[in-house]
Design a protein around this ligand. Structure first.
Ligand SMILES: Cc1cc2nc3c(=O)[nH]c(=O)nc-3n(C[C@H](O)[C@H](O)[C@H](O)COP(=O)(O)OP(=O)(O)OC[C@H]3O[C@@H](n4cnc5c(N)ncnc54)[C@H](O)[C@@H]3O)c2cc1C
Length: 382
């Protein structure tokens, strides 16, 4: 299909009703066109169960909620700005980090009221978007946008969500025995909690790492989990060469857009989704390639280089980094600096860091770990 024909199309199809797909649909509606979203599950947010996630607010000076407003996404979900957290390191290392502006916004994911997913669905329906649940899109013959989430696993996160009478608090932990090459976190807000370990390797041993995280946070902050529910999921962050194949645009994690350092994907899903919707609605899909190469590529290359170095830190490196973090530094400014695209980091990306390939692990048919379950689910059906 030519770009010209696309501009005459009044209905644009999208496969996947995650943040990327719904942001794309909102952009299409705002441009006066009709969006149909196919969602294979019975509702939005089926990968999640009310667990907390963070909407990162450090890659730009501008606040992420202001940026979302420019995409037509309203913050009508429940969120808590986070300006402070405690990070534990190996041994007894511990640091409290502060920021004058929110470092991230704590929000919940899943199908229920108050979550990001439910809020996006409500906004899309109010804008006239048609969402067809329980409908798997295998092909989009007339073109459209693919926002089906991860197609491979570079990272897995496993944990518990639970009710609790603990005081609100945001905690992270970095140690090889809790999350090799990754990190663990405990998020408590208004009687709800989420504890997880994010693994970038050794996925089959998730249960062992998770058990250690539970014991660790219990020792450090007196963990109290009532009605704990297990959750787990995978993510991918392989920067594509192109996010367009003829008249199909790929956005969100389906395109591999996600922060490779710590696995924050929501903001990039919303951004890339909205941009793909705008591009198709204006009949100019080539505009999308320009958008993500200008807005996302340099950040993702820089974060891939950061990950390359992080992979090599190990316990000694975590300990030194925590100890040497400047005493009165504003953490948001410091992290923004670390994420800011730099020429040397992009050169390092091309020469060294981009060669990081997806972990080569067996997929066992009888194994119930997150890696095996996600890999089996995302394998192409014959
Ligand atoms: C446990 C966990 C914790 C995370 N924590 C954070 C965090 O704290 N901060 C952060 O920024 N990011 C986090 N992420 C990553 C973030 O959740 C994702 O990057 C983000 O949801 C990607 O959005 P998306 O729209 O691209 O894909 P998804 O949210 O995966 O949505 C894709 C949708 O497409 C549907 N679908 C798939 N295939 C088809 C098909 N063929 N036809 C129709 N529908 C289909 C799926 O059912 C799904 O609803 C986390 C991820 C996990 C797993």
């Amino acid at each position: 299909m030519t770009d010209q024909k696309m501009s005459a199309t009044s209905t644009i199809e999208i496969s996947g009703a995650g943040p990327a797909g719904l942001a794309a649909a909102l952009a299409i509606s705002a441009a006066g066109q009709h969006a149909v979203v196919y969602e294979r599950s019975a509702d939005v947010g089926h990968r999640f169960h009310g667990d907390f996630q963070g909407l990162e607010n450090w890659t730009t000076r501008e606040d992420v909620l202001a940026e979302l407003a420019t995409l037509g996404v309203k913050p009508n979900f429940q969120y808590t700005p986070v300006r402070e957290f405690v990070c534990f390191g190996p041994g007894d290392t511990q640091r409290r980090f502060h920021a004058s502006q929110p470092l991230f916004y704590l929000l919940r994911r899943g199908p229920n009221a108050g979550t990001l997913d439910h809020a996006l669905k409500q906004q899309a329906l109010a804008a006239g978007v048609e969402i067809r649940f329980n409908t798997r899109a295998s092909r989009l013959p007339d073109g459209g946008i693919v926002t089906e989430g991860p197609h491979r696993a570079d990272i897995i996160a496993v944990g518990y969500l639970f009710d609790t009478d603990m005081a609100d608090g945001i905690y992270a932990a970095v140690a090889d025995e809790l999350a090799p090459s990754g990190y663990a976190y405990l998020l408590v807000d208004q009687g709800r909690g989420t504890l997880a370990t994010c693994l970038f390797t050794d996925f089959h041993n998730e249960r062992e790492y998770l058990d250690r995280c539970v014991a660790f946070f219990d020792k450090k902050v007196g963990l109290r989990m009532n009605n704990p529910r297990r959750f787990g999921g995978s993510g991918n962050f392989s920067l594509p060469r192109r996010a367009r194949k003829n008249n199909i645009l790929y956005a969100g994690e389906a395109a591999g857009f996600q922060d490779p350092l710590f696995g924050f994907g929501i903001r990039w899903a919303l951004l890339s989704g909205a941009a793909s919707g705008r591009a198709l609605a204006s009949g100019n899909p080539a505009q999308y390639e320009k958008f993500w190469k200008r807005r996302l590529r340099a950040y993702q290359q820089t974060a891939t280089t950061n990950r390359w170095f992080y992979d090599r830190l190990g316990n000694r490196g975590y300990q030194l980094t925590l100890k040497r973090f400047p005493e009165h530094a504003d953490t948001r400014a410091w992290v923004r600096h670390a994420y800011a695209p730099r020429l040397w980091k992009r050169i390092w990306y091309h020469l060294v860091a981009s060669r990081r390939s997806a972990p080569l692990l067996n997929i066992n048919t009888d194994c119930d770990c997150t890696w095996c379950r996600c890999a089996r689910r995302s394998a192409p059906s014959s």
